[in-house]
Design a protein around this ligand. Structure first.
Ligand code: 5GP
Ligand code: ZN
Length: 118
């Protein structure tokens, strides 16, 4: 069972912000911003590549609920999902990072030359 499936089953503790039958939002253990939340579907999908449009529709509503819960809907925030090796995905269970609480920088996405060959 993957790490986030264990968090869903409460076999591994997490700092939960919001939960319903299908989704869970909890604080990232290694925050990269003052607010850094992970939102996950309880159904296991390896990544965005595998998720269904139906789950994504519900995920949209859930993320909107989470940002209201932590009161960053006015100040702004960023939603990111990393996919696969080049995307920098470390946990193979679909998750959306919600980052906020400060003015986030933009850029520095790669250590390689952006003009180089893809
Ligand atoms: P990825 O790099 O896969 O997009 O993001 C994985 C995220 O999960 C990282 O930001 C990392 O800090 C977070 N993470 C890894 N292990 C745990 C854990 O056991 N608990 C929590 N709350 N976050 C975790
Ligand atoms: Zn999983």
């Amino acid at each position: 069972m993957c790490l986030f499936c264990k968090i869903i089953k409460k076999e591994i503790p997490s700092n939960i912000i919001l939960e319903n039958d299908n989704f869970l939002a909890f604080h990232d253990i290694n925050p990269k911003a003052p607010i850094h939340i992970l939102t996950i579907p309880k159904q296991h999908f390896n990544s965005f590549t595998d998720v269904t449009p139906e789950t994504m529709a519900q995920m949209t509503s859930f993320i909107q609920e989470v940002v209201k819960e932590v009161k960053i809907e006015e100040s702004g925030y960023r939603v990111i999902t990393n996919i696969g090796e080049n995307g920098g995905q470390e946990v193979p269970h679909l998750h959306f990072h919600i980052l906020g609480g400060t003015k986030l920088k933009w850029g520095h996405f790669s250590d390689s030359d952006p003009q180089g060959h893809f």
